[in-house]
Ligand binder design. Structure first.
Ligand SMILES: *Cc1c(COP(=O)(O)O)cnc(C)c1O
Length: 380
């Protein structure tokens, strides 16, 4: 971790995302320790939650991660290019019709979600005279993806359906893991134990980020964190044990003096009530600063300039938002100066998600393409 170099933020960008790969590594180690003796896989779907699949996966591989999980085959193929042949890559969406050959060609393991996928994978194994690695997803109550309990019964009663396939893992997914008191957690656990017992012996996996913190009963052999790696709080009712990975900043484009009875932005939604100084910042909802974060009158959406809070006023536009910089020293709020918007001295990822009536996942995966992405703290 020697010689951390901060590349200068591109002057061409109106917004920047600072990604701390050192914090990512620290989060990885915390999750590995918490889950031990279970091992940790890393969920890097959706471009590693918008953070950048290649730098994230490379950092985690260097930290010892050997199993990576994505949603779709195109993500898996891209990841294979980053990680090389040794990494195990699972595709949660399984085998979409017509993708079995490509899945095999790239050495990807499909997470089988229904009996038709299982049949297609087995046909390929028998047709190519090879034993193919296989993961079965058992749906234990989410009713979203996975073999139904009836499907599991079929596989259990007709073991020849697994001939030619090497069952590496049986997994399921919790619907309410972020709510430790929810009785659905134990109900799903019991159902998973029942389904697992009906199938041939294999490693098992049930816990994503929040599930890890439900305790060892949910760990089995492999856990599958995503959000917690990226600094999101896996224990929403308690302080965040994870280190901050993502900071979003925007650059001031213009500064102006205003006074009553002027208004700010679209819809004249914010009436100015006193002499104020406003700064217009070059990021907006096209960058993933969700429009729902605008037009809040309760001061719950705020950026920061040098540690001084600057409330967001008026609506969020596509490319711009406005902050009240009246309390900031005039030489700190000028065109070209940076405003922390999420993370750092500004509101946290969780604060922003709450203010937008959404979840940290959506804030992260909404980050737009035109940010300058600055990766710091990685291995040399
Ligand atoms: C996205 C996903 C994960 C990771 O979830 P986090 O809450 O981000 O840790 C794990 N397992 C499955 C099946 C998923 O879809």
């Amino acid at each position: 971790m020697a010689g951390i170099q901060e590349t200068p933020i591109s002057s061409a960008a109106g917004g920047a995302v600072r990604i701390d790969l050192g914090a990512l590594g620290a989060n990885w180690r915390l999750l590995v320790e918490t889950a031990a003796p279970a091992t940790c896989a890393a969920v890097v779907k959706a471009d590693a939650y918008g953070i950048g699949m290649a730098p994230v996966a490379s950092t985690l591989a260097a930290a010892g991660c050997t199993t990576f999980i994505v949603a779709s085959l195109n993500e898996a193929v891209a990841l294979r290019g980053v990680l090389g042949a040794a990494a195990t890559i699972l595709v949660l969406n399984g085998l979409l019709p017509g993708t079995a050959k490509d899945t095999q060609a790239h050495g990807i393991v499909p997470v089988i979600n229904d009996l038709a996928q299982l049949q297609e994978w087995q046909n390929l194994a028998q047709g190519s005279d090879s034993v193919l690695p296989t993961v079965l997803h058992a749906d234990t109550g989410m009713n979203r993806l996975g073999l139904t309990p009836e499907d599991v019964g079929v596989v259990s009663n007709e073991p020849e359906r697994m001939t030619g396939l090497d069952l590496k893992l049986v997994m399921s997914h919790l619907a309410c893991a972020d709510d430790p008191d929810n009785p659905k957690n134990n109900a799903q656990l019991l159902e998973f134990l029942r389904q697992k017992a009906a199938l041939m012996p294999a490693s098992a996996s049930m816990a994503a980020s929040s599930g890890i913190f439900l305790g060892p009963g949910f760990h089995f052999e492999i856990v599958r964190p995503g959000l917690a790696l990226y600094g999101g709080n896996p224990t929403p009712n308690a302080p965040n044990p994870m280190a901050e990975v993502v900071q979003i900043k925007g650059k001031i484009v213009q500064v102006r003096d205003v006074d009553s009875p002027q208004t700010v932005g679209y819809g004249a939604a914010f009436p100015v009530t006193k002499p104020s100084i406003l700064a217009t910042v070059a990021v907006g909802y096209a960058d993933g600063i969700l429009r729902a974060l605008g037009d809040k009158k309760d001061g719950k959406v705020w950026g920061s300039i040098g540690g001084v809070s600057v409330p967001v006023v008026g609506r969020i536009s596509m490319d711009l938002l406005t902050v009240d910089v009246t309390e900031v020293a005039t030489d700190a709020a000028h065109p070209g100066a940076w405003v922390d918007l999420i993370g750092g001295d500004a509101m946290s990822l969780e604060d922003a998600a709450a203010a937008a009536a959404t979840i940290p996942y959506e804030i992260l995966t909404s980050m737009g393409a035109r940010y300058h992405r600055q990766y710091v703290g990685g291995a040399d």
